[in-house]
Design a protein around this ligand. Sequence first.
Ligand code: UD1
Ligand code: CA
Length: 458
Amino acid sequence: MEVVILAAGKGTRMFSACPKVLHTIGGKPMLQRVVDTAFSIGASQVHVVIGFGADQIKDYFDDLQGGQNINWLLQEEQLGTGHAVQQAISSIDKEDPDNTVLVLCGDVPLIRASTLTQLLENSDQSSVSLLTLTTEHNHGFGRIVRDGENQVIAIIEEKDASAEQKEITEVNSGIMAIPGTRLAGWLERLDNSNEQAEYYLTDIVALAVQDGCKINTLTISDENEAQGINDKTQLAQLETHLQMTNNSELMEKGVTLRDPARVDIRGELDCGQDVEIDVNVLFEGKVTLGNNVLIGANVIIKDSTIGDGSEILPNSNIDGAKIGEKSVIGPSARIRPGTILRSRVKIGNFVETKNAVIGAGSKANHLAYIGDAEIGENCNIGAGTIFCNYDGANKHKSILGDNVFIGSNSVLVAPLSLDDNSFVAAGSTINSDVPANNLAVGRGKQRNIKGWKRPTKK
Ligand code: UD1
Ligand code: CA
C-alpha cells in the first residue's frame, strides 16, 4: 500500500504566509499528523504533493529529520485533485497486483489509523473504496450519487451538482483507496470540463464503474475525523475537539482534571496514578508525570519529566527538565532546559534555573538565578543569590558540595567551587574557591558614621 497526500493548495482562507498544512493542531503541523498516520498503517511509500510554500514544507520536515522518508512531488499549478495525484504516478508501483494507493488530504489532520485500516480491508484490484460521511452540513463536499440498486455510480462536486443532487447528505471525505494497477489509466482519462475547470480525482469513480469495478464505501461515525481545515475557525474547532478527546482519555485512565476544557496537550502526556491537574495548564512536547503528581493552576510544562509525589505550584514554567520525586516547585518558578533536580528539592517563587543539577534535599526558596551549576545534597541557596555564569563571552560552571549554605543576596562568580559544609556570608561576592567547612565573607566591612546628617531638600 502506498499513500499519496495532497498538500499543494494555498489555503487562501487562512490568510497566512505559512502554508496551510504547516499550521498546527495539538502542537503538530496538520501535514505531520497525516504523514505519521500514513507510516503508522504500514505505507511502503508516502508521496506528498506540494505546491504553495513547497520549500517551507520540505525545510520543516528536513529539520525534523523526517523529510528523507517522504517522496516529495511538486505540483506547480494547482489544476485539481486528479492532477495532483498525477504528479505522483511515475513513482507509484503499477505492476504489483496487491498495491493499493490510498489518497489522503494534508488538511484533514484527525483521520485515524484504525479508520484507514478498515477502509483498506475491502480494497482489491477490482474495487475503489471511498470514505464517506453522512451529514446535514454537506456544504462544500462532493455528493455520493447512487443508482436504483443503491450502488455508487459517481461523485458530483457541489458546484456541478443539480438541485436534487445538492440535497444528498452522503458526501465524499476526500479519502479513497484505489487499485495501483488501474490508477494511471483512470487519471489519463480525466478531463476538466466542469464548473471549476479542474481535473477532479473524484471523476475516477464514474470511470471505475464504467470498467466494471465495485465502489465500496465506509461511513465515518465521527465527522471530526474527516473534517478538513480551510480557515482559522475550523482550525480552532478541531483543536478544541482534539483537546477534549485527549482529556477524556486521560480521565478514563484515572487522571483528575479540575476542568477538562482548561487543560491543553500540545504533544504527548503520560501520567502515573493519582495525578491531579488544576485549570489553565498547558503541556508541550513530551511530558511524563509520575504517580501522585500535583500540577497547580496556570502551569506550563514542556519536554520534561516530573517524579512521583512532586508538586508544581501555580504559575510555574518548566522546560526541558528532569524533576525527581517529592520535589516542590513554585509558585512562579522558572525551570529551564538542562535542569535536573534529584529528590525532595525545593525551588520557590521567582527562582530561575538553567543547566543546573541540584542534589537531594537542597533548597532555593526565593528569588535566585541558578545557571550552569552542580549543587550537592542538602544545600541552602539564600534569597537573592545569583550564579554569575556568563562573563560576556563564555559560560562557566559553579560546583557546590553537600551542605553548602549560601547567605542571601550573594553573587557567585563562576568558575567556582564551594566544598562540603562551606558557608557564604550574606551579601558576599565570591570569586575564588571556598574549601570545605570554611566561612567565606566577601563584602566590604560595615562602618557606622556617627553624626551623619541626611541631605535636606533645596
Ligand atoms: C475535495 C473533493 C470533494 C470532497 C472534499 C472533502 C475533489 C474534486 N473534490 O473537494 O469531493 O468532498 O475534497 O474535503 O477531489 N489539492 C492539491 N492540488 C490541487 C487541488 C487540491 O494538492 O490541484 C489538495 C488541497 O491542498 C487539499 C486537497 O487537495 O489538501 C483537497 O482540495 P480542495 O480544493 O480543498 O478540495 P475540495 O474542493 O474541498
Ligand atoms: Ca477545490
